[in-house]
Design a protein around this ligand. Structure first.
Ligand code: ADQ
Length: 780
């Protein structure tokens, strides 16, 4: 043990349980873990408990400990090998050779018996889970999993130590086999440029490392190669497993005979194992992965639109499937939950050193990591603001820092590392990440087993600029070709989205309809050729919704000011109450029978606000109320104000960004209008349907995928659609909708109920994402 350097984790024992603790960077509360659990979660490795009370790991790599979904899991992702000498334990110098030999033989027999016993237990476990899965309905299984159940271990890899003394087992520690290998130190030294790790660590000298050692500096290539750093893919780890098992056998040869108490303990262990059969395995099964979602915004901390919602919700759904999931976003403001992770790094952006620090929180099974830097601060209300260079520099810094988060930021005490890892980048803002992953790592034989998926939420924004902008992204010269794009509008230009699409291992967009549109010259906005050329790796997955955040039964914005929560059962009374509260709050006449039409969205060309504007003269001739919430283009904001002034008894135009009002409008309106010119998925129509609010939408992209047109004969469908973004079509569809609202109350209620009853949660979408992640993982 003394030869082992700094210890990533110490496992301390008390009589009944022991706690997992970590070196100074461990930043979560200690969680008691019972002895059998500790063995259980040492996956793919044999762990032995020595007579002196030590668990010792040797070999390469790091042992990882995570607090995952509120339960502790010791995750040994590497070869854990008992150091025989320290484990030899109880040899009695006074014993004769023969006695010792006899005792060893006896011990072998007992161990063989015990192995048989464990084998039987394993078989029974299989039987029990087969019976259970045949009697449990899937919903129950899902729920029990969401409540914190943890996947069962692989019994083959579980080992039980037999010590002479049970007392000795209560005094255990785990040390890293890799000398001086704290969780942070899995980072290759040559990559750790300018790193000042830990505010209390006193490593200030590292801050002054020369720029040529920059992790994202082209000149450091050779150094990276020479650094001796090796990515640690799972198959390398697995190749060590047979050794581990051997070690288990060898160690036991050196142990003295087992006494009855050991056997009793073994059978009680068996009891535990059988009892824990009740726990469901992760939904992802053997495909459990490490996933890092990287996005420029993440609700509820930062949000300008749908991307924020997706970054806040999809990761939780992936975590519910059993993956270890992190979200990385910039830290735009002072957020309550995330704590300083005590890590600092420097990156060069346009020749200037920029320091970043990391804040971290573990919420709903997900590690949220926020990158803090002066250039991100205080722009929460203007995330994409500033001139082109400002935004470009922010995104370069964000992507440079994000791609290295798995090395530097310990979550639950342990960095993610690169094995079994997939990044999910989102839109052009993070499209540089797949490029950095390739240029700085994979081209250099590093992070070979890390993959990247790029999600297109909106192709209209691409990170375009003059070709000279290439100098700001700090990449090898030959990478320029990835960024160069010619189109009739911009001529030859620099295009970040183009480079990301070419480099990512997989590309996803947020609906099937939009996936189709992106391949056309009208829908691809100049990138359609690249998308077509990469069709083999491209897929559409319809977004889900966060059913905690957007659910009329529990919506926190409906608990005051006269609003109320409601469900399918209380739809009529609940929704009427919300409608009255909304009318009252906005100063509109409180009238139950007047249809209230809502619009929520960015005020820009995409969302078709001008199409609504064209239809307003017709609308105000109807007996309706129109409530619009939005922010964006100043001319369109002015349009909203103007309509409110002109038709004060019928129209409200709320200019601004208010999550509370968005929820209240969704609940209090009868109809939601979405005349978007293009809509990759659209979330507001999904929220609307969940709240019994009927959508009237332009049948495009995700709107066409998600709003099945109403069929009055078959009493089916979810809303009204119109087939081109034009005011006349909108009026026609809305006219039919209003007619049904007034004259066919039963049909209306049917529309509302069908909308509310849909499963719009992220769970199905997460499963589809998982398929993409797995395909990426096995792709070369
Ligand atoms: N003024 C305001 N106040 C409060 N909340 C407001 C608001 N304006 C908009 N929002 C909210 O922002 C979100 C908008 O989401 P959308 O999916 O409709 O559009 P967006 O175009 O931003 O997203 C892009 O990405 C998403 C996610 O993939 C795709 O669904 C979409 O089609 C694509 O254009 C909703 O949660 C909405 O309530």
């Amino acid at each position: 043990m003394s030869s082992i350097g700094s210890l990533p984790f110490i496992v301390e024992t008390s009589s009944e349980s022991f706690e997992l603790a970590h070196s100074k960077s461990y930043c979560r509360p200690r969680v008691p873990l019972s002895l059998h659990q500790s063995r259980k979660y040492v996956e793919g490795s044999s762990v032995n408990i020595s007579a002196r009370g030590h668990l010792e790991t040797t070999g390469m790599g790091c042992a990882r400990l995570v607090n995952w979904r509120n339960r502790s899991r010791l995750w040994a992702s590497t070869h854990l090998r008992a150091a025989g000498k320290d484990f030899s334990g109880s040899e009695d110098d006074d014993q004769t050779e023969d006695a010792l030999q006899a005792s060893i033989e006896k011990s072998k027999k007992v161990l063989a018996l015990q192995r048989d016993l464990l084998q039987q237990i394993a078989e029974r476990r299989k039987l029990v889970s087969t019976i259970k899965s045949s009697i449990l309905n899937p919903e129950e299984e899902r729920i029990s999993y969401e409540h914190g159940d943890i996947p069962l271990p692989n019994l083959e890899n579980a080992s039980i130590s037999q010590d002479n003394s049970v007392e000795d087992q209560k005094n255990i520690s785990i040390s890293s086999s890799n000398h001086a290998h704290s969780s942070e130190e899995v980072v290759p030294e040559a990559l750790s440029l300018g790193v000042h790790r830990g505010f209390d660590g006193g490593n200030d000298h590292e801050k002054t490392l020369p720029p040529e050692k920059s992790p994202l500096n082209v000149d450091s290539k050779e150094k990276l190669k020479d650094s001796g750093f090796k990515a640690m893919p799972t198959d390398v780890v697995e190749s060590f497993l047979p050794n581990t098992i051997d070690t288990f056998g060898l160690k036991n040869e050196n142990q003295a005979d087992m006494n009855d108490s050991s056997l009793q303990e073994a059978s009680s262990e068996a009891g535990h194992l059988v009892t824990e059969d009740a726990e469901a395995p992760p939904l992802a099964g053997v495909n459990v992965m490490n996933v890092i979602m990287v996005a420029a915004e993440c609700a509820p901390w930062s949000k300008t639109g749908g991307l924020g919602d997706v970054a806040g919700a999809l990761p939780k759904a992936l975590a519910r499937r059993g993956h270890r999931v992190m979200v990385v976003a910039p830290r735009y403001g002072h957020y309550a939950e995330p704590q300083d992770a005590g890590v600092r790094k420097m990156y060069k952006i346009d020749g200037q050193d920029m320091e970043v620090t990391y804040f971290q929180a573990f919420i709903d099974g997900v590690d949220f990591v926020f990158i803090d830097s002066p250039i991100f601060r205080h722009i929460e209300s203007n995330i994409y603001g500033g001139n082109r260079m400002d935004i470009l520099k922010r995104m370069v810094l964000f992507c440079k820092a994000a791609v290295e988060v798995p090395w530097y930021v310990p979550c639950g005490g342990v960095c993610y590392g690169d094995g079994n890892l997939v990044f999910i980048a989102n839109d052009w803002h993070t499209a540089l990440l797949p490029v950095y992953l390739k240029a700085y790592y994979r081209d250099n034989g590093l992070m070979l087993y890390t993959r990247s998926v790029l999600v297109i939420h909106n192709i209209a924004h691409q990170g375009r600029g003059p070709v000279d902008d290439f100098s700001y992204v700090d990449l090898p010269r030959h990478y320029i070709d990835l960024f160069k794009l010619y189109d009739p509008v911009g001529g030859e230009h620099f295009n970040i989205f183009a480079a990301g699409l070419k480099t990512a291992d997989r590309v996803v967009t947020v609906s099937h309809g939009y996936a189709w549109e992106l391949k056309t010259s009208e829908g691809g906005w100049g990138l359609h050729d690249i998308i077509n050329a990469n069709d083999w790796k491209f897929r559409g997955i319809v977004n889900g919704i966060d059913t905690k955040e957007w659910n009329p039964e529990v919506d926190v914005h409906l608990t005051s000011d006269g609003y109320t929560n409601y469900s399918l059962e209380t739809l009529h009374s609940g929704k009427s109450q919300c409608k009255a509260a909304l009318q009252r709050e906005l100063g509109l006449p409180v009238r139950e029978n007047v249809p209230v039409i809502g619009f929520i969205g960015r005020l820009d060309h995409q969302k078709g606000v001008d199409i609504i504007a064209e239809a307003i003269p017709w609308m105000v001739g109807q007996d309706v109320q129109l409530i619009m919430l939005g922010t964006g283009r100043q001319d369109l904001e002015q349009v909203l104000r103007q309509f409110e002034n002109q038709h004060h008894d019928k129209i409200r135009g709320w200019v601004g960004f208010s999550v509370k009002m968005a929820h209240r409008i969704t609940a209090g309106s009868d109809i939601l209008l979405m005349p978007s010119r293009f809509e990759p998925c659209g979330l507001n129509q999904l929220y609307a349907m969940k709240y019994g609010t009927v959508p009237v939408v332009h049948a495009v992209g995700g709107l066409r995928d998600t709003v099945q047109p109403f069929d009055p004969y078959g009493e089916s469908g979810l809303g009204w659609t119109f087939d081109s973004a034009d005011a006349n079509k909108l009026m026609h569809a809305l006219g039919n909708c209003l007619f049904t609202y007034r004259e066919y109350k039963k049909s209306w209620e049917g529309l509302q109920r069908r909308g509310m009853m849909q499963d719009l949660s992220w769970d199905a979408a997460a499963q589809n994402y998982e398929e993409v992640l797995i395909t990426a993982k096995y792709q070369w």
